[in-house]
Structure formats: structure tokens, C-alpha cells
Design a binder for this molecule. Sequence first.
Ligand SMILES: C[S@@+](CC[C@H](N)C(=O)[O-])C[C@H]1O[C@@H](n2cnc3c(N)ncnc32)[C@H](O)[C@@H]1O
Length: 175
Amino acid sequence: MHMDEDKAMEDERPQVMEYKFKPIGVIRSKYRSKGGVPIQGIFGPDSKGRAEIFEEYEAGLKDIEGFSHIILIYVFHRSEGYELVCRPYMEDKLHGVFAIRAPRRPNPIGFSVVRLEKREGRVLYLSEVDMLDGTPILDIKPFAPRFDHRPGARVGWMEGSFRDKDHRKVSDDRF
Ligand SMILES: C[S@@+](CC[C@H](N)C(=O)[O-])C[C@H]1O[C@@H](n2cnc3c(N)ncnc32)[C@H](O)[C@@H]1O
């Protein structure tokens, strides 16, 4: 019985165990080192940057300018290794890596909701940027409150952090 259950679990794993992605562009920002960067873009309303999309993907930007915010999915290219339980920037208690937004993760993928100020050809001018200069962009999606907003969502351990008006807003060099 156990054997069958184990086998079933095994079969549910994806058949392809590695995936390759190619960057579609690169982030340009003033941030060259990991410390002193907004922990989330929302803490840096004047934190400017650009997403420079490679020529071959420019046609995919059609109609993006209608959105005030976009979701960028990218590689934390300057992070190395990971711990499954670690201390996030916002407090010193331990949490599981999947319950925090730290850059050191099993798959070092980041996503940021950024404000799209304007588009000039294949360059997107952004604010609310929390990415280092040179960050490789994997994908862009339009931010749509209808899809992405959940009124009343619970925020677990972050609840306390947000109650403290002096909570940390800028990264240190712990990652
Ligand atoms: C806490 S993470 C949050 C990123 C994203 N908004 C998220 O939720 O996935 C933001 C921090 O990651 C670090 N960071 C940004 N870009 C990075 C990169 N390309 N490689 C490594 N660390 C990076 C900076 O220190 C920044 O303050």
C-alpha cells in the first residue's frame, strides 16, 4: 500500500527536472551593491530605473504603456546558495525561505511590481525599483488589480513588521 502511494507521489514530479530560460532584457538602476536598496519597490517611490528589453522581444511590448504597473520576473543574479530557514531583511527571526522574499533561494527568481512611468521603444522607464543594476529580466506581465489584489489577505509573520512604523525599508548586506 505504502509502496503504491510512494510510487504515485514520485510520478507526480515533473518529468523535466531542469528548465532553461533566456533573459529578455536587463535592469538598469543606480544600485551596484546589495545593501542600501529598497527591500520592496513600494518603499522606494522615487527609486528610478529602466528595463531595457532586447530588440528581438520589442514587439511583445505592444500595449504595455496602458498599464501603470507591471510585474517583472527576473534572476537574483548576484545571490549565491540558499538556506531553507533564514532571517529576512524586515526582522531578525527565522522563517522558511518560501515564507519570505529573500534573494537567496533554491531557484533565485525575483518578482517586483514596479510603476511604469513611460515607454520609449524597447526601454521601459520605471520607479519603485528594488533590483540591482544588470539584473537579467525573464518575463514581464501587466499588473491587474482584478487579478492580483486580494482584499483582506492575511500576511502571517509580516503583520507585526507592518504595525511598527519604523520597520526596515532598505536592505543590508545579509544576503
Ligand atoms: C527582498 S528582495 C525583494 C525582491 C522582489 N520584490 C521580490 O519580492 O522577489 C529585494 C532585495 O534583493 C536584493 N537584490 C536586488 N536585485 C538583486 C540581484 N539581481 N541579485 C541579488 N540580490 C538582489 C537587494 O538587496 C534588494 O533590496
